[in-house]
Design a protein around this ligand. Structure first.
Ligand SMILES: Cc1cc2nc3c(=O)[nH]c(=O)nc-3n(C[C@H](O)[C@H](O)[C@H](O)COP(=O)(O)OP(=O)(O)OC[C@H]3O[C@@H](n4cnc5c(N)ncnc54)[C@H](O)[C@@H]3O)c2cc1C
Length: 407
């Protein structure tokens, strides 16, 4: 093996919302931080998120309501201490992101909040229509400004315990290998559901780098996992045109009034029920032979997107859902006049590594945050809670890892 040894206090693996939040938090405490990431800094599922981020900042909302909604959507399988940490960290996470430059959408100066599936109150914040991309841009700037050492196009290949922490074998694109010796490690490599989908031949919404090798590495080292086989399907994956296969129409389409119909035009589910309820209902309708066929024979159900402008007035879709509107227009479909065919698509791993409220895994000096962890979302994540998870637990894990490395 060749390569130069690097020493640092905290090694962060991955640069989605969780990894970049962890890196900034660790640098804030003065730790020497190295970030390794498979592609460019910020290339991740986080950057793909369109829907938004949940936090109890609306007038009549409370963190208690957010807690109850999150536990209920997760079928009571969430770890109450982690869920409490998540929801109580919500308002602070929004303030922090705003301080980094994320411009959350406001109406007359007040943060705009939207009600989404499984939430009893309007709680979803958006930064324009591509909240994840806005977050990534702000976090990327913060990481660069923090002085963390960033190694792009570099993957974690192996981890082994040393007396003082961990030794990571890393592999740069092109094959050059090197070691990083770190006092503590924060695993923030995501849930890897894109890789799982490829293994079983299904479509997924995930970034091509969303593969599960880091999760598997931690489990093989003996870290405890939970709910690993609990995978979430996004209810409204595009079925047609085929150029959009794997694209998920954001949940906000349903928040704004798009309704789901079988081939005969009958509605069959509360469109704002939790995700698994809506996805299961669509799968059942198609299995019962009540679905509609795309020109290539792929089955789905109708999402009545023209209902959005019928409910809210002409021009509403073009303004509030410009990104999805334009994506379909490029494929020759105007969602303001034509309904679209949808079917659930693999999206998110609900479970992952067991952590405590400091982001500590069950292995010494090993932390984790974001989609690679389990317990925060039980066995069904509430839409918008994942971006929040990355910031709240990313910051907590980064700070805890820095403190332990310095102790
Ligand atoms: C299309 C889409 C839309 C979504 N919309 C929303 C939404 O609106 N609201 C919401 O809350 N959630 C949404 N989600 C879910 C949410 O975006 C993700 O769950 C969350 O961003 C995961 O963040 P993360 O930091 O844990 O991991 P990721 O963002 O997946 O980042 C993982 C990082 O780890 C790196 N990595 C992986 N393996 C290695 C390795 N071996 N070595 C080094 N680096 C590695 C990757 O390159 C990447 O940088 C959406 C997800 C998708 C795919």
């Amino acid at each position: 093996m060749t390569g130069t040894d690097t020493r640092c206090d905290v090694l962060v693996v991955g640069s989605g919302g969780a990894g970049m939040s962890a890196a900034v938090a660790a640098r804030d405490l003065g730790a020497a931080v190295v970030v390794i990431t498979k592609a460019a800094l910020g290339a991740s599922n986080t950057g793909r998120a369109q829907g938004g981020i949940q936090a109890a900042v609306g007038g009549d909302d409370t963190t208690g309501d957010h807690l109850e909604d999150t536990l209920a959507a997760g079928h009571g399988d969430g770890d109450p201490a982690l869920v409490r940490t998540l929801v109580e960290g919500g308002p602070g996470a929004i303030e922090w992101l705003s301080s980094l430059g994320v411009a959350f959408t406001r109406d007359d100066g007040t943060l705009r909040v939207i009600r989404c599936g499984g939430a009893r109150r309007p709680r979803l914040l958006q930064a324009g229509e591509r909240t994840g991309a806005e977050m990534v841009q702000a976090l990327r700037t913060a990481v660069r400004a923090s002085g963390a050492e960033v190694r792009e196009s570099t993957a974690l290949d192996a981890l082994e315990r040393t007396g003082e922490g961990w030794r990571a074998t890393i592999c740069a694109r092109g094959g050059a290998r090197a070691y990083v010796d770190a006092g503590t490690v924060v695993l923030a490599a995501g849930g890897g559901l894109g890789g799982e989908a490829a293994r079983i031949g299904e479509r997924s919404t995930n970034h091509p780098d969303a593969t599960p090798e880091v999760l598997e590495m931690a489990l093989a080292l003996g870290a405890a996992g939970r709910d690993l086989d609990s995978w979430q399907r996004h209810p409204t994956g595009a079925v047609w045109p085929s150029g959009l296969a794997g694209y998920a129409l954001p949940e906000t389409t349903r928040s704004y009034g798009a309704t789901l119909h079988d081939a005969d035009g009958e509605r069959f589910v509360d469109e704002l029920a939790p995700r698994d309820v809506v996805a299961d209902a669509i799968i059942r309708i198609v299995a019962e032979g009540r679905g509609a066929a795309a020109p290539d024979g792929t089955m789905g159900v109708w999402l009545d997107t023209p209902a959005i402008d019928r409910d809210n007035g002409p021009g509403f879709t073009a303004e509030r859902l410009a990104y999805v509107h334009n994506r379909y227009l490029k494929q020759g479909v105007d969602i303001t006049t034509e309904r679209v065919l949808v079917y659930p698509v693999l999206h998110y791993r609900n479970g992952g590594l067991v952590i405590d409220a400091q982001g500590h895994t069950t292995l010494p000096r090993l932390y984790a945050a974001g989609e690679i962890t389990g317990g925060v979302h039980g066995t069904n994540r509430l839409m918008g809670n994942s971006l929040l998870d990355t910031v709240v637990f990313g910051r907590i894990a980064g700070a805890a890892a820095a403190r332990e490395a310095a102790a």
